[in-house]
Design a protein around this ligand. Structure first.
Ligand code: HEC
Length: 154
């Protein structure tokens, strides 16, 4: 008897909830079940694409860190001068194209008459930076993403 009573109550509650959700109450957010459906359907794809963007940014930075350590860290630190200049903020100072060209062949940029490149070269006692013709734009993007990620952290 008691069991039946509880069961009945629960059933009644569910009915009430269902009635509530499906029924009137249109001004409140619960008008949702039907009208929210499209935006709910849109939401997962939007959020999954943004989370995959975050994930790929993370991977890019990781890849950049590996490339930086393998190729650049002998001469560069992010925040300190080593053999070459500190690289923090370099993506704000130079254009992407300049950086692609420079990193693949700094001498070519210097020889092209680029004043920024010539001044740097003089400032660093005409030490030649190793050319990295094997690095693709994507590789360099990864390195730059790593530099950017580190630039804010002292
Ligand atoms: C052999 C040492 C050496 C290595 C290795 C090296 N660099 Fe350099 N880099 C330099 C020097 C020295 C300069 C200063 C300009 C000059 O003397 O040619 C420089 C300048 C730069 C600049 C210009 C900085 C500015 O203020 O505009 C960037 C960007 C740069 N290097 C990125 C890299 C990246 C990325 C790597 C790794 C893929 C790398 N470098 C590897 C020595 C090096």
């Amino acid at each position: 008897m008691k069991k039946w009573f509880i069961g009945g109550l629960t059933g009644a509650c569910i009915c009430l909830l269902a009635a509530c959700g499906g029924g009137g109450n249109n001004q409140s957010s619960s008008s949702g079940p039907v009208s929210n459906a499209p935006s709910e359907a849109a939401a997962p794809s939007a959020s999954s694409s943004s989370s995959s963007a975050t994930a790929s940014t993370g991977n890019l930075v990781e890849k950049g860190q590996e490339l930086f350590q393998a190729n650049c860290s002998a001469c560069h630190r992010i925040h300190e001068k080593l053999i070459g200049p500190p690289l923090a903020g370099v993506t704000k100072m130079r254009s992407k194209e300049w950086l692609y060209n420079w990193i693949r062949n700094s001498q070519a940029v210097i020889n092209s008459g680029d004043t920024a490149a010539i001044n740097l070269y003089k400032e660093y006692n005409q030490v030649q930076m190793t050319p990295f013709p094997q690095l693709s734009n994507q590789d360099i993007d990864a390195i730059l993403a790593y530099i950017d990620a580190q630039s804010g952290q002292q």
